[in-house]
Design a binder for this molecule. Structure first.
Ligand code: ITT
Length: 190
């Protein structure tokens, strides 16, 4: 019987929800993802890809094992793309309610979630991106997921990410798109 090769890959994050979403996507591609703890440094920059790659290279220094870093953000059109790369800080300070307040009375609720996944698998260093657009609700709905999930309804859907199971979110999400591209790439390599 042919032996199936699987790749063990570390996800450097403090966010277990990201791990769960990404594990489900990557497993069919022969990738066993585990959470690794070296501190994820987060530089201030205007591009998620840059932030993810700097963090991934830094993590490699202490971990020395094949790894990925996922940096994601919510880009709101009426706020000129804010909070974008500053999403973590804005989530921790203003939270979901703060975003809804900023959009009070605003008719343009269009927004996009983006993910950049940086891979360090020496000598390879690559970034894979995913994007899903949709609308910001007027009040939080649902209790699953994390972060801004309760206020984001992806295009073509009637429920927020927080009203979906992990598998449902993975059918449409920004993270799933980035992880699938990563998965296909790795599968083609091994
Ligand atoms: P790590 O940096 O430790 O990986 P994090 O939660 O800080 O975890 P990011 O910096 O990538 O992740 O995300 C910035 C913010 O955007 C974060 O506070 C999340 O709340 C939010 N976010 C990221 N991905 C999301 C998603 O799929 N759904 C909802 N909110 C998300």
């Amino acid at each position: 019987m042919a032996e199936t090769r699987r790749l063990r890959l570390a996800l450097v994050t403090g966010n277990k929800h990201k791990l769960r979403e990404a594990q489900e996507i990557l497993s069919p591609y022969g990738i066993d993802l585990y959470m690794a703890g070296p501190e994820k440094i987060e530089i201030q920059a205007d591009s998620l890809s840059k932030i993810a790659m700097v963090a991934a290279r830094h993590a490699w220094e202490s971990l020395g094992k094949p790894l990925i870093v996922d940096d994601s953000g919510l880009f709101i059109e009426a706020l000129n793309g804010f909070p974008g790369p500053y999403s973590r800080y804005v989530y921790d300070t203003l939270g979901v309610d703060g975003i809804l307040k900023l959009l009070e009375g605003e008719e343009n609720r269009h927004a996009c979630f983006k993910t950049a996944v940086a891979l360090v698998l020496p000598p390879l260093e690559m970034v894979f991106e995913g994007k899903t657009c949709g609308t910001i609700t007027t009040r939080p709905k649902g209790s699953s997921g994390f972060g801004f999930d309760p206020i984001f309804v992806p295009e073509g859907c009637s429920r927020t990410y927080a009203e979906m199971t992990v598998s449902e979110k993975n059918k449409v999400s920004h993270r799933a798109k980035a992880m699938k591209t990563l998965g296909s790439f790795i599968k083609s390599m091994f």
